[in-house]
Structures are given as structure tokens and as C-alpha cells.
Design a protein around this ligand. Sequence first.
Ligand code: UFG
Length: 341
Amino acid sequence: MKILVTGGTGFIGSHTVVELQNKGYEVIIVDNLSNSGSDIVDKIAQITGITPVLEIFDLTDKQKTSDFFKRHNDIAGIIHFAAYKAVGESVQKPLLYYHNNLESLINILDGMNENGIRNLVFSSSCTVYGQPDELPVSENAPVKAAESPYGNTKQISEEIIYDSVKALGINAIALRYFNPIGAHPSALIGELPIGVPNNLVPFITQTAIGIRQCLSVFGDTYPTPDGTAIRDYIHVVDLAKAHVISVDRMIDGKMKENFEVFNLGTGNGYSVLEVIKSFEKVSGLKLNYKIVDRREGDITQVWADPEYSNRELGWKAEKSIDEMTLSAWKWEKALQQNKSK
Ligand code: UFG
């Protein structure tokens, strides 16, 4: 069965393509390569033995997207990852984010509608909950006013999908990710931040390998046990597997409603200092870090209640924080080795 993976050469997309192919799905990737490279399909082939089809174009291009769907109207399902995702950049360039993230989604929904394609899995985020009033945060927690244009694109996208499901008779699952980290155990694919990483774990591994001098820990006066902010980190392979299960669920007609939402997290929160300690333990290195001011827009703490996902999807995040930081470290070292070849 043919699955379209938009953004399939990106961080979460590439890991999901691997898991889809391992389960026997035929994958077509559409990606504009704005934040990734076409060599990723070769890495996926090294892992799975199968080279996924890659079509390179921009999904905001209405004509190209429409032509694509006419050529591939036998697609059984779509997993839509392709989007811009840098929170800070979205504050500087909101229109870029609204154009890119919303127009691509609308073009995909048009393509589904025009070609009878019924199943969509959407890459959403726990950012829709803001700082939740209750922890752990379940799918029933209220969606709060977005703190960034990026977050707003995820909220608006969910609304556009919800309305489309009602009107067009399609099925959709929105997966709200907590903090995806780590890399494939092969160290052939992983996260490839362009420029200075915004996110904690790539910054840790780049500091340890010598690309960055010192990690800045953003604030140690939060009302948490060690004063640093707490997140629910989830291994990218665990996350990828939930996408395959979601696709199976739709194709097998197991959905309870035509639009479903699931939290993808472990249910465990780790502070910034705990992540650093885990990294130091698995790498045997001492990390150079300093405490600085809080980063604007950061929330104090969030972790998932994964009970509904565990029960309904029959899925559970399995990897520990140490496995996550170790796989991220192996990936960073593999990147460095390839550069020096
Ligand atoms: N942090 C540091 N130093 C850094 C980078 C991060 O101390 O150099 C801290 C942050 O302050 C935060 C934690 O590490 O407390 C995690 O930060 P990340 O940037 O890795 O992740 P965020 O939780 O800020 O962001 C993630 C996703 C976003 C999403 C957001 C929603 O990366 O896409 O969750 O809350 F929008």
C-alpha cells in the first residue's frame, strides 16, 4: 500500500519512512529539501534495503501539488510532516510560517478531496497546550492561545483538518508530539540542525564534540526540584512507530471518530540538568555548561499523559532517557566522522 510522506527527508519524517518500509508499506516522499538533503533516501535504503521514491517540489505550489495527486490517486494514506518548525524564527517571520505551513496543508486537503484519498496523519505539537493547568497533560486539556506563530500554525492546521473531516468525509489523526530527540540506532539518520541549534539535545551533542563552546542552560529559578525547566523527551524511533500504527488504524477502519487526537510522550518529565546528567553518564564526558537567564516564551514544565495513546493505539514509548541521549551522541559522532573523511 502506498503512503505519501511529506517532509520525509526531515528528522521525524526519515525515521517514519524507515518504520513504514519495515512494515511493508510503499513510500513516496515529497520534500522541497529546504531543511534536508536528498542523500537521506540513500541512508534509508542502507537501513531498510529499499530506496523510497523522492519527488522534490514545494507543496505550497498548488499546480505541482495538484498534478502530483492526479499521478498518485492510489495513495492509501498521507503523513504530513512538511512544515517550518523554528519557534524563534516564526516570531520574526510570521507570514513565512503562515504561508508555508497552512498553504501546503490546504493544497494537500484539496488533493485528497479531488482524488478520493481518505486518510491523513498530521504532525502536531504539545505546544497547543501552552503551560497546562494540570499535569500530566491529557488530550482533553484545553488548547491555549499560541505563544508563537509556529504554534499557531499547528492550532490552525488542526482546525482546518477538523472542518475538512466534517465536510469532506475524510479521516484524520493529529499526533501531538512532546520533545522528540535521539536518532536511529544505525546512526545513519538523525537530526540535522542548520546553523546554531535551537533545541537542547543537538546543542548538548555539538558542545561535547567541540562545535559549540558552552551550553547555556536557560534559567535555574523555575519552580521545579532543581530549578531548570522540565519536558517530556521522546525517542524519535518510538515517535515514528506511532505514525505507522496510526496509518494502520485508519486503513483497518479502527478509528472511533473521523478526527482523533493523540499525545505522543513518555509520561516522564526530565529537567534540563537531568538531561545533561544523562548525557554525561552515557558519553563519559563532562559537559561545559553555564546557567544563563530564562529564554523568552519557555514554559516551566510539561509532560504527557500517554494513557489514551497507550490504550487506544496499543503503543508505548519504550526508550529511556539514557537510550535517547546515547543515540543522539552516536549520531553526532557519526556525523563528525563522515565530515573528516
Ligand atoms: N534549553 C536550554 N538551552 C538550550 C536549548 C534549550 O537550556 O540551548 C532548554 C529550554 O529552555 C527548555 C528545554 O531545554 O527548557 C527544551 O528546549 P527545546 O528547545 O529543546 O524544546 P522546547 O520544549 O522549547 O520546544 C519544543 C519543540 C518546539 C515546540 C515546543 C513546544 O522544539 O517545536 O517544544 O513547547 F514548539
